[in-house]
Ligand binder design. Sequence first.
Ligand SMILES: Nc1nc2c(ncn2[C@@H]2O[C@H](COP(=O)(O)OP(=O)(O)OP(=O)(O)O)[C@@H](O)[C@H]2O)c(=O)[nH]1
Ligand SMILES: [Mg+2]
Length: 188
Amino acid sequence: MGAYVCGVSSGLDVSENCVKILVLGFSSVGKTYVVYSWSLGVSNMVKTLPTDAAMFNVEKIYGPTSALPMYMWDISGKMIHRRRSYYLGTQGLVYVVDAVNGNAMDALADLQSLVTDRDLSGLPLMVLVNKATDGETLSAEGLKPQLQQHVSLPPKWAVCDVHMFSQRDLTDALLQLEEMICDTGPAA
Ligand SMILES: Nc1nc2c(ncn2[C@@H]2O[C@H](COP(=O)(O)OP(=O)(O)OP(=O)(O)O)[C@@H](O)[C@H]2O)c(=O)[nH]1
Ligand SMILES: [Mg+2]
């Protein structure tokens, strides 16, 4: 896990009935863990490996309502300066922040650069504060006003606490993402 590289190109032609979600954030924040937890369930998870620079994983994931499959593109955090080639066709963003070791201001600056990119602006955005409850220094509640102050937020966005052992938190976050993508949930 984490070493798996999907053999598709970044220009994957996503069919009409599924959506492309980019999962971004710095290295070791837990992107791969979150994506595979959504795919396999927390109880089936094994340890992840860091995703090699210039590599990525793609997982087809059904949200809790199974309304539509989402292709989650989990891009290596070491690829920040080369990730633009993955933006084409993206319909939603998941941005993962580390509650324990993350530098919130750096993450906010990175997120601002993403949401103001011409290929990503206006897309539904889910910010995940991962490793929550691990003696965290950051929480979704604490990050929310900082997001509002420093990031040009799209009409549909949400910020959630998640944790590697909490299936409930992860499922709730996936449900909110699905609602935003399907446009059935309320705007933040
Ligand atoms: N304590 C704790 N560790 C976590 C949590 N979620 C993930 N991890 C660990 O954090 C480490 C990094 O997780 P990854 O999912 O590989 O991180 P990544 O963001 O994909 O990193 P790159 O692939 O380098 O971009 C792994 O050892 C995970 O087991 C969490 O909620 N709490
Ligand atoms: Mg990874």
